[in-house]
Design a protein around this ligand. Structure first.
Ligand code: PEP
Ligand code: MG
Length: 897
């Protein structure tokens, strides 16, 4: 088996199609060679080697060493210089590259091959000792951090690692010599510091920094493979659902230098604007700098071209004006790449002494709004077809359009603290925290937080994920914080130089205000503005986004699944219709009982100890319920509305303080002891599996009667008034057909009475929720009677796994961490287990009743992968919360493609 793939000089062993084997970076480096784009030569070690490494006690395949030597030779041949050569040494970079990009989550080692023997030759060749020693100290820093500390498994407290120690040596040296910037250091300074670094390394880590190029190369390669299983890479994979088995490839590539003088530079760019989707070349660059300077946000970069200058960057030099020839070569490459890949690319380049080299191209991350705009634009430009455009937007990305923005009037009155770069649009308000761990802890406590950092690093991802928004003092639009937040559609502001953060005291000075941990701020990520305190947010209005509307039209043309919503109020129903809902899939009627006036009646009903009293109490609820149903059926005119009969255990209505118990006793003319006894009598050890669902209606048929009457009287009256209404009465938590037929009989007999009373023929359906394994197993029996099924996958998941849906939080994190479960089964349907029951129920139900209408109304109805499963299994509709309706529409379209 081949483990190493070469690329360089317009030729390559690999292609863009080989991402699984070569990783995204390796595959695209190969492809760029095929496109005639200048790429520094090198080779890719496959992801198979990574898998082998982890499956074999962290050892490499035997043949790797020979392949490595051959590949190195081939690279040397293209470059005409040799690795480790004392006169003219080849230097290489070692970088990770997984199948799916994991920006900054794994390690990199640059300038590999610099040793005490190769340094003099390189100085002679470049005539630039400063450059060589600067490169050397960077190698030492990275190698010590990545290979000698992290890959060796040495755990250190935040801020106390070897890299921090070396950085403080640098700071001390700068202070002693009154240097402001790194650029003030000369060759002798760097040489001196390199020596100090090596001494610090051997005394702290107890090991010498290797002075042999091959040892550096092997150490670097192993460390990069090792970083696949670093903490931050693992947490990123968990968040992004990237399988741990994939592994990373490793790319070894000839070094090119952007810091060899004023005709050298480095930059990153996007072929279209990743924040807005606009079709303009967008990027950042720095003269005389290495790539890490741009990405790490250590220096604030310059705009790529004149068109993308902003108020803040108008006086900065663009690459277009500083190096016009190179810029036009880059602009041509932009076109070649976009044409070839038919998608927005994120590119990295280095200019070494006037010569342009491409270091990377990959499909660029973009926020939701930009993803939609680019997809629709590209389809309209003829670059892709509509189907591809539909697949280009992840359903969850629509969430961003549906996200809140700052209320514009409230914003005008808000106190502006500072401005930064608008890296992630939308509004957010939260309490400030200063470390990723704090962000996560506060978030888990139910607090909304905004994470403030000097700059973020991949170590911060878990905290960034937990935060409402991220704010950094340094960095540009392509800094780590910006890229990661944009990928998640999170509000984010970077490069806010007015922040003076003190992590130790957990304080930040913003302008003239001092904020402490826990203080509130609000951010407008679209404008890059930071405000003091809490500013009102307004819900998003996706209708103002023309490309979104267009994309949704395309989705509706393609999808077959209907999309309904779960809603209990006319307002929610109206909101859902605006988002494109085609009906209500679940109206939980109990939510209508909690109103002050109604709860008394229901409590009276619960307290009744004979049928007559109970019936009279229940009937007090009739006018309220009827009014509710009139409202909701009217709001959904012409669309089906599934109304579920009372579901929760009665004790949920009887959580009363002592005082309330007395009040209730007085109100209904009984003594408080009776109230207390009844409450005690309702107590259940396991209410979720207790007296709830249809079991209530069976014990207290008058409840079912009243609800059926309320629904059907509303139906009769609306029908008579000329409104088209389509109610579907749903019996909850059925496990046996007899439970179903018992309740159905009550509904139908009420209907017959109402038809006589109103003198009309009612049009309505009666059906059931399928939310217990026994219902799935006997779906054929139930389907002989029921007119529809709606899968209640919340309870079905609970009862299939035997996991309490309310208590899973106590062990789910461990389950996810230990890979016992790939994801929360209450969020994304467990296809292999719960899904099997669903498929079985659909098949046996339809076997008896081919026209059986089937939907899903558990939370999974708004989850894209569960939606795909529903379609594959022939469901007619999915039902989800109003704000997930657009997501479901797109996911349903994607299920057809
Ligand atoms: C379900 O169980 O999936 C369901 C929709 O009902 P509830 O969440 O109200 O129990
Ligand atoms: Mg349920």
């Amino acid at each position: 088996m081949k483990h190493v793939y070469l690329f360089g000089n317009g030729q390559a062993d690999g292609t863009a199609e080989m991402k699984n084997l070569l990783g995204g970076k390796g595959a695209n480096l190969a492809e760029m060679n095929h496109l005639g784009i200048p790429v520094p030569p090198g080779f890719t070690i496959t992801t198979d080697v990574c898998t082998h490494y982890y499956e074999n006690d962290q050892t490499f395949p035997d043949e790797l060493e020979t392949e490595l030597t051959d590949a190195l030779k081939a690279t040397e041949q293209i470059m005409g210089i040799k690795f480790g050569d004392e006169q003219d040494p080849l230097l290489v970079s070692i970088r990770s590259g997984a199948r799916q990009s994991m920006p900054g989550m794994m390690e990199t080692v640059l300038n590999v091959g610099l040793t005490t023997k190769t340094i003099p030759g390189l100085i002679k060749k470049t005539n630039n000792a400063r450059f060589v020693y600067d490169a050397y100290r960077r190698l030492i820093m990275m190698y010590a951090d990545v290979v000698m500390e992290k890959a060796a498994g040495i755990e250190v407290e935040e801020g106390r690692g070897i890299r921090n120690r070396l950085e403080s040596l640098l700071e001390i040296h700068k202070k002693e010599n009154q240097y402001q910037n790194d650029t003030d250091l000369n060759g002798d300074d760097w040489k001196l510091l390199s020596g100090k670094f090596k001494t610090e390394i051997s005394s702290t880590l107890g090991d010498e920094f290797p002075d042999d190029p091959m040892a550096q190369l092997r150490g670097g390669i192993q460390a990069v493979f090792q970083s696949w299983n670093g903490n931050r890479a693992i947490s990123y994979r968990r968040i992004e659902n990237i399988p741990h088995e994939w592994g990373t490839a490793v790319n070894v590539q000839t070094m090119v230098f952007g810091n060899m003088g004023d005709d050298s530079a480095t930059g990153v760019a996007f072929t279209r604007n990743p924040a807005t989707g606009e079709n303009i070349f967008f990027g950042e660059w720095l003269a005389n700098a290495q790539g890490e300077d741009v990405v790490a946000g250590l220096r604030t970069p310059n705009p790529l071209n004149e068109d993308t200058k902003t108020e803040d960057t108008k006086d900065f030099p663009s690459l277009e004006s500083s190096m016009p020839k190179i810029y036009s070569q880059l602009a041509e490459i932009r076109e070649t790449l976009e044409d070839h890949y038919s998608d927005m690319q994120d590119i990295e380049f280095t200019i070494q002494e006037g010569m342009l080299w491409m270091l990377q191209t990959r499909v660029g991350k973009r926020n939701g709004s930009a993803a939609i705009k680019m997809a629709v634009d590209m389809a309209q430009e003829g670059m892709i077809d509509k189907q591809t455009a539909l697949m280009r937007v992840k359903p969850d990305q629509l969430d961003e359009l549906l996200h809140p923005m700052l209320d514009s009037q409230a914003e005008q009155k808000a106190v502006l603290l500072a401005k930064g770069l608008p890296a992630g649009p939308g509004g957010a308000t939260g309490r400030v925290v200063f470390t990723a761990d704090d962000a996560e802890a506060w978030h888990n406590n139910g607090d909304k937080v905004i994470l403030i950092r000097e700059e973020t690093s991949p170590e911060d991802v878990h905290g960034m994920h937990a935060a409402e928004a991220v704010l950094t003092a340094r960095g540009g639009m392509t800094s780590h914080a910006a890229l990661v937040a944009r990928g998640w559609g999170k509000c984010c502001i970077v490069g806010c130089s007015d922040l003076h953060i003190n992590v130790q005291t957990k304080e930040v000075q913003i302008g003239n205000q001092l904020l402490r941990e826990g203080d509130w701020i609000t951010m407008n990520g679209t404008l890059g503005k930071i405000y003091s305190g809490q500013v009102d947010l307004t819900p998003a209005d996706p209708d103002t986004h023309p490309e979104y509307k267009e994309l949704m039209t395309w989705a509706d043309e393609v999808r077959i699944l209907n999309i309904r919503t779960n809603a209990e109020s006319p307002d929610d129903a109206a909101q859902a219709i605006k988002f494109g809902a085609e009906g209500i899939g679940l109206c939980r009627t109990e939510h209508m009982f909690f109103d002050e006036t109604r709860i008394l009646a229901i409590r009276k009903m619960i307290l009744a100890d004979n049928e007559t009293d109970r019936r009279s109490a229940v009937m007090e609820l009739l006018p309220f319920q009827k009014e509710d149903f009139m409202g909701i059926l009217k709001a959904m005119e012409g669309k089906p509305v599934t109304i579920r009969l009372l579901d929760p255990p009665l004790h949920e209505f009887m959580t009363l303080t002592d005082e309330q118990q007395h009040e209730l006793a007085d109100h209904i003319g009984t003594d408080v002891k009776t109230v207390k006894n009844r409450i005690a009598g309702l107590h259940e050890l396991n209410p979720m599996l207790g007296h709830r669902g249809c079991r209530l209606g069976i014990a207290y048929p008058e409840i079912t009667e009243m609800q059926a009457r309320a629904i059907l009287e509303a139906t009769a009256e609306l029908t008579q008034a000329g409104t088209s209404v389509l109610p579907e009465i749903m019996i909850p938590l059925v496990g046996t057909v007899t439970e179903y037929t018992n309740q159905e009989a009550i509904v139908r007999s009420v209907a017959t009475k109402i038809e006589i009373e109103y003198g009309i023929k009612l049009s309505y359906l009666v059906g059931t929720m399928i939310e217990l394994p026994r219902a799935c197993l006997t779906a054929d029996e139930i389907a002989e009677h029921a007119e529809f099924f709606s899968f209640g996958t919340n309870d079905l998941t609970q009862t299939t796994f035997g996991f309490s849906r309310d208590d899973i939080g106590s062990f789910l994190p461990v389950y996810l961490e230990k890979n016992i479960l790939p994801q929360d089964p209450f969020q994304s349907l467990d296809i292999t287990g719960v899904g099997k029951l669903v498929s079985m129920a659909v098949q046996s139900g339809r076997g008896v009743n081919p026209s059986l209408k089937i939907g899903i109304c558990g939370e999974h109805g708004g989850d894209p992968s569960s939606i795909n499963f529903c379609r594959e299994n022939g469901l007619d509709y999915v039902s989800c919360s109003p704000f997930r309706v657009p997501i479901a529409r797109l996911a349903a379209a994607q299920a057809e493609l």
